[in-house]
Write a protein that binds this ligand. Structure first.
Ligand code: SAH
Ligand code: SF4
Ligand code: F3S
Length: 451
C-alpha cells in the first residue's frame, strides 16, 4: 500500500536540502509526497532553532497536527508525527515532553537511519529519539539517486560550524564543520544534472570554509570545487551560500572573475556595522575587512551584487553602534538583506551578557534598518528596467499564462510565457521593477546560458 509523506520545512536552505534527502530515504519504504498534512500517513516537521519565534512555531504546528492525528485514529488510521532539524537537535527531550504524541525525534545528522527508526516507530508504542552526532557521515549512507524539483537544485558540500558567534545556536545544532570529499560532491552534481538541474547552489553553514578531500589527496578549497563543478556538462549556473567573511580567500574572489557560470550575486553576512559589536559577537572580521573584501570582489566582477544578514539590538548595542550599521549599509549598498531583532538563545554566551536591549528599541532600530535596506533593493530593481537578463524560469507564475524565475542577481522575475518554457533560461528584457520582483518580456526565442 503506498503511503503519503508530508514534510514541512522551516529555516534555511540546508533544511530544504535535508527535507529533499529525507523524502529520498523514505521513498523505498513506500512513502510518496502528499499535498496535505491532514491526510498524510507520516508528517515530518523539519525545524529551525535560530530565533525564539522560529522554535515556538513548531509547538503551535504540533498542536494542529495532534488534532489531525486524533481524527485519523478515530478512522482506524495512523499518522506518524516526526520532528527533525535544529529544534529536534537542541531540545529533543523537551519536544517529547511537551508533545508526547510525537512518534520520532531525530537530528539533522541521523536521518540516514530513518528506515530503522520507522520500523521501530511502527512496532513500538514508545518514542524514537535519535539526536546523536554519529561517527559515520550521513552523506555516505544516503541514496545515490537524486530528485530535482525544477531546474534549480541545492547541493550540500559542507555542514556544521566551528565559529561560535556568541548569539548563535548553529554550532550546537549542526555540530562541527565537516566538508564532503570533492569526488562525492561532483558525483552528486552530475546526478542532479541528469535529474534536470541547470543551476546548482552549493550549500554550507560556512560554505567558503569548505576544505573537502580532493580526488588525489590534499584538500580542495571552495574555489577549486566551483571550478570543477563549472566543468561539468549541463551545469549552467553556480551559486554558493552562506559565506563567512573571514574565510573568504583570494582564490574565491578570483573565481568570481574567471568562472562565467558563477552568478554575480553573493550573500555575505556582516551582522553589524560596529566593530565593538562585531567583537562582542565573536565575528572574526571588522567593518574595514568587510569593505576591503567587497572592493576586491567588485574589482574581480564589477556587476557583483551583495546581500547580507544583520542583527539589531545585540546586547550592549548603543545608538551610536546602530548608526554605524546604517552608515555601513549606506556605504556598501546591498541589493537584498535579511535583518532580525536579536533573540536570546538558551545556552549561547550572548544570552548571559549584561545590557540586553529593550524590545521596543530593537523594534525601532529594525524598522529604520529595513527602511534603508528596502530603499536599496527598490533602487536596484528599478535600475534593471530596460536591461536584458538571463532568467531561469523554474516555476509557474501566480496568474495564468505567467512564469516566474530568477535573474542572475537572484531577483524574482515574472514574464508571460507558454508553459513549455519551464526550466529554460530565457533572455528577458525588464519592463518594471518593484520592491519584491521584476516584470519583463521574453526577448526573442533564443535561449542564453549565462548572465
Ligand atoms: N552562517 C550561517 C548563518 C545561519 S543563521 C548560514 O549558513 O547562513 C542566519 C542568520 O540568522 C545569521 O546570519 C544571523 O543574522 C541570524 N541569527 C543567528 N542567530 C540569531 C539570534 N540569536 N538572533 C537573531 N538573529 C540571529
Ligand atoms: Fe552561526 Fe556564526 Fe556559525 Fe554563522 S558563522 S552559523 S552565525 S556561529
Ligand atoms: Fe535554522 Fe538550523 Fe538552519 S537553526 S537556520 S535550520 S542550521
Amino acid at each position: 500500500m503506498p503511503k503519503t509523506l508530508h514534510i514541512k520545512t522551516y529555516g534555511c536552505q540546508m533544511n530544504v536540502y535535508d527535507s529533499e534527502r529525507i523524502a529520498e530515504v523514505l521513498a523505498p519504504l513506500g512513502y510518496a509526497p502528499g499535498e496535505t498534512a491532514e491526510a498524510a500517513d507520516m508528517v515530518i516537521l523539519n525545524t529551525c532553532h535560530i530565533r525564539e519565534k522560529a522554535a515556538e512555531k513548531v509547538y503551535s504546528e504540533l498542536g494542529r497536527l495532534r488534532i489531525a492525528q486524533e481524527a485519523k485514529a478515530r478512522r482506524g488510521e495512523r499518522m506518524i508525527i516526526a520532528v527533525t532539524g535544529c529544534v529536534a537537535q537542541a531540545e529533543g527531550e523537551e519536544v517529547l515532553k511537551r508533545a508526547p504524541f510525537v512518534d520520532m525525534v531525530f537530528g539533522p545528522q541521523t536521518y540516514h537511519r530513518l528506515p530503522q527508526m520507522v520500523a521501530e516507530a511502527t512496532r513500538a508504542t514508545g518514542h524514537v529519539l535519535d539526536t546523536d552526532f554519529p561517527e559515520e557521515s550521513k552523506f555516505d549512507a544516503l541514496p545515490e539517486a537524486r530528485t530535482v524539483d525544477g531546474a534549480a537544485a541545492f547541493l550540500a558540500v559542507q555542514e556544521g560550524c566551528d565559529k561560535f558567534c556568541t548569539y548563535c545556536v548553529v554550532p550546537y545544532t549542526r555540530g562541527a564543520e565537516y566538508s564532503r570529499p570533492a569526488a562525492r560532491v561532483l558525483d552528486e552534481a552530475r546526478r542532479l544534472v541528469e535529474a534536470g538541474a541547470r543551476e546548482i547552489t552549493l550549500l554550507g553553514q560556512n560554505v567558503n570554509s569548505y576544505h573537502g578531500e580532493g580526488p588525489g589527496g590534499g584538500a580542495w578549497t571552495l574555489a577549486r570545487l566551483i571550478r570543477a563543478v563549472a566543468e561539468l556538462d549541463g551545469v549552467e549556473r553556480i551559486r554558493y551560500t552562506t559565506s563567512y567573511p573571514a574565510d573568504l580567500d583570494a582564490d574565491l574572489i578570483a573565481a568570481h572573475r574567471d568562472v562565467d557560470k558563477l552568478m554575480p550575486y553573493l550573500h555575505l553576512p556582516i551582522q553589524s556595522g560596529s566593530n565593538r559589536v562585531l567583537d562582542a559577537m565573536n565575528r572574526k572580521h571588522t567593518t574595514d575587512d568587510y569593505k576591503r573584501l567587497v572592493d576586491q570582489l567588485r574589482a574581480a566582477r564589477p556587476d557583483l551584487a551583495l546581500s547580507s544578514d544583520f542583527i539589531v539590538g545585540f546586547p550592549g548595542e548603543t545608538d551610536t553602534d546602530f548608526e554605524d550599521t546604517l552608515k555601513l549599509v549606506a556605504d556598501v549598498t546591498f541589493i537584498q538583506a535579511y535583518s532580525f531583532k536579536y533573540s536570546a538563545r538558551p545556552g549561547t554566551p550572548a544570552a548571559m551578557m549584561d545590557f540586553q536591549v529593550d524590545e521596543a528599541v530593537k523594534a525601532a532600530r529594525l524598522a529604520r534598518l529595513q527602511d534603508l535596506l528596502n530603499t536599496q533593493t527598490l533602487a536596484f530593481n528599478r535600475s534593471m528596467v530596460g536591461r536584458t537578463l538571463a532568467v531561469l524560469l523554474d516555476r509557474p507564475g501566480k496568474k495564468p499564462g505567467q512564469m516566474a524565475g530568477r535573474s542572475p542577481y537572484m531577483q524574482a522575475v515574472v514574464v508571460e510565457a507558454p508553459a513549455e518554457r519551464i526550466n529554460t533560461i530565457q533572455a528577458v528584457t525588464v519592463t518594471s521593477g518593484g520592491p519584491n520582483s521584476l516584470l519583463g518580456r521574453i526577448d526573442g526565442a533564443i535561449e542564453r546560458a549565462c548572465a
